[in-house]
Ligand binder design. Structure first.
Ligand code: ADP
Length: 188
């Protein structure tokens, strides 16, 4: 897997990459869905994942919802990838932005951490994320990018199975924003 535009950082035994692309086409062990609490699908990347992955994903989401109710922000559950190239999909619910003083950064970091913890539990090797909360949920991407990258870097440091995490950005300007945040991030 190439770093596309050379935007990557080695962290412990793993690698963090940022790239522009369509998350649903990622050939990784798991992709992460920016879901909503209902787990019943929505717009944005959620809609794209269900469209590309087919009905098996929604079927499992419904079963999870029937078992444990709606999913609180910051938590994650994992399902099949259905027809996607990725074998698994982690569904996590980002915070809705309401000014930044309602625990949004902590909840956002928890989305990344919880998804990577599930990947670890399943012994998965590679995970790709969208930019959680920065679409319909209104989190300013300049503020979300450093939170996302820090949470991923922290998880990678202690990961036993996950060796590659990719942040897949839908637009060039989102990629540039993540690029600046990656360049500014202190690791090591
Ligand atoms: P949220 O509700 O968490 O804000 P959205 O799906 O509205 O989630 O947006 C999250 C991000 O996902 C946005 O930056 C959006 O542009 C991006 N996005 C939408 N479709 C895709 C896709 N197929 N691949 C990667 N990113 C996508």
């Amino acid at each position: 897997m190439s770093a596309d535009r050379g935007l990557s950082r080695t962290i412990g035994p793993g690698r963090l990459e940022i790239a522009r692309g369509d998350l649903t086409r990622e050939r990784v062990s798991a992709i992460v869905n920016a879901a909503n609490s209902s787990l019943l699908g929505g717009g944005g990347v959620d809609g794209a994942i269900h469209r590309a992955g087919g009905p098996a994903i929604l079927e499992e989401c419904r079963a999870i919802r029937a078992r444990r109710g709606s999913l609180p922000p910051g938590q994650a559950v994992i399902t099949t990838g259905g027809a996607l190239p990725a074998r698994r999909v982690s569904h996590t619910v980002g915070p809705v932005w309401s000014g930044g003083r309602s625990g949004e950064p902590e909840t956002l970091a928890s989305c990344y951490g919880a998804s990577l913890a599930l990947a670890e539990e399943e012994g998965l090797e590679s995970v790709a994320f969208p930019s959680i909360s920065t679409g319909a949920f209104g989190y300013p991407i300049e503020e979300a990018a450093p939170v996302a990258l820090r949470a991923i870097a922290d998880a990678l440091k202690t990961a036993r199975h996950v060796r590659l995490v990719r942040c897949v950005l839908f637009s060039e300007s989102d990629l540039e924003t993540y690029g600046r945040a990656l360049a500014a991030m202190v690791t090591g």
